[in-house]
Design a protein around this ligand. Structure first.
Ligand code: PLP
Length: 442
């Protein structure tokens, strides 16, 4: 297909030159799928160094929540930079405390909350794990197969969405037991209620293998992200809450990907009205500036002694200023936009699924949407190669996408995306799918 916004062959000459320089000096471990070399962006649109324009339905992996270069966020960062670039979390400043107040106002605990600020998702998970061990005095944890929580050693012990993430790094932190995440499209257990089946599985584990009195916390993504954009069945998160309450276990929701308005609510857990003890946040929180937060019930976090946990860069003024502007925008308009445009988007993708049997399922909430590709056989065999070809073809046609799970394309555009941009993306997707089905790749 021909997109009038793509003027050069891809990658273009400037991009090719950059890729050649980069190959010599950058780690090959980055999981880069296709050669997009960015020049600049506005809202949902991005341009490469050769002047080609794309629709960005990746948003820096669910990070650019307010779109690229939102003027209010950029101004807040500029104003902060004019005053000072750094002071460290050993001291106080307005943006730091202002962010703590905003996070306390949106915390989904249903009771007073406090925050610990850091720079990334994986650090927010580390902080949550340390807090859980500290306040319970218990050593063990439960995590979920297919989960992704980051790549530092503590978080990595839980991460299990792809084989390559742990390979070569063992032993990771001991004491973590993985259990299946309920998957209604690919049921692992007999019966129709996969959520209840997983809860029964955990109960059996608690009777036979893992003493619940030794478990500090259960760490779970309210919607599983890297593992395939899986939405849990009704009652599952509430069931986990009840199990935790029964055994004095803390419930940690990792909302690094699903939080900050992405699903149409500030936190995804609000869709089910289930209240965690601790929530992790990062990605969309700073619209692109590095920031993460451990948000916990105040009665838990206030138990941390002075010096129990700390850092140098946490609460950096530029990141906090960006986060404050982001939260004001997301609460003001973009969470509602994510809900409304997300519904339209899911509808358009389901129409497409009606025409293409290789689209097995379209699922998600708000603008956290997955489209699982299959071989269109009775076994619903995951169409891994087709998925890879589709993501690649979409790039060549001017649409940035990423995959997750085994064969799921995920859509995570900025929360300011318009219905018109979604319609344009769906047409690019349709053309790319046609090409991918005919075997085209690069
Ligand atoms: C749910 C979840 N937790 C944690 C992380 C790790 O975040 P970061 O890459 O900022 O360390 C991610 C990143 O994809 C994530 O999706």
């Amino acid at each position: 297909m021909r997109n009038p916004h793509i003027h050069t062959e891809l990658p273009g000459p400037q991009a090719r030159a950059m890729l050649a320089r980069d190959r010599a000096v950058s780690s090959p471990s980055y999981p880069r799928d296709y050669p997009f070399v960015m020049s600049h962006g506005r809202g949902t649109e991005v341009w490469d160094v050769d002047g080609n324009r794309y629709l960005d339905f990746v948003a820096g992996i669910a990070v650019c929540s307010t779109g690229h270069a939102h003027p209010q966020v950029v101004q807040a960062v500029k104003d902060a930079a004019d005053r000072f670039l750094h002071i460290s979390s050993d001291f106080w400043h307005e943006h730091f405390t202002g962010l703590g107040e905003r996070l306390a106002a949106i915390a989904p605990m249903g009771e007073p909350a406090m925050s610990f600020l850091c720079q990334s998702g994986t650090e927010s998970v580390e902080g949550a794990l340390k807090l859980a061990r500290y306040v319970t005095g218990r050593p063990r944890f439960l995590g979920f197969l297919g989960g992704f929580h980051g790549r530092t050693m503590g978080a990595l012990s839980f991460t299990s969405s792809k084989y390559t993430q742990q390979k070569g790094f063992a032993p990771t932190m001991p004491g973590v037991t993985h259990v299946p995440y309920p998957n209604t499209y690919r049921p692992l257990f007999a019966g129709t209620d996969q959520g209840r089946a997983v809860l029964d599985y955990i109960r059996t584990l608690f009777e036979r293998n893992v003493p619940p009195t030794e478990v500090a916390a259960i760490l779970v993504e309210p919607i599983q992200g890297e593992g395939g954009y899986l939405v849990p069945p009704a009652g599952f998160l509430a069931g986990l809450r009840a199990l935790c309450d029964e055994h004095g276990i803390l419930l940690i929701f990792d909302e690094v990907q699903s939080g900050v308005g992405r699903t149409g609510k500030m936190f995804a857990c609000e869709h089910w009205g289930v209240r965690p003890d601790i929530v992790t946040s990062a990605k969309g929180l700073g619209s692109g500036l590095p920031i993460g937060a451990v948000i916990a019930k105040r009665r838990l976090m206030e138990q941390w002694q002075r010096g129990a946990h700390g850092n140098t860069f946490g609460g950096n003024p530029l990141s906090c200023a960006a986060a404050n502007a982001t939260l004001d925008l997301v609460r003001g308009q973009y969470a509602a936009n994510a809900a409304a445009v997300g519904e339209h988007f899911i509808g358009r993708l389901r129409e497409l699924a009606g025409a293409y049997p290789c689209i097995g399922e379209v699922r998600g909430k708000g603008l956290m949407i997955g489209m699982e590709l299959i071989e269109a056989d009775a076994e619903r065999t995951p169409a891994r190669a087709l998925c890879e070809r589709l993501v690649t073809r979409a790039f060549y046609n001017g649409l940035l996408l990423l995959s997750c799970g085994v064969s799921t394309v995920r859509f995570m555009p900025p929360l300011c995306v318009t219905g018109g941009e979604v319609d344009e993306a769906v047409e690019l997707l349709r053309g790319s799918l046609e090409e991918a089905l005919q075997g085209a790749g690069r």
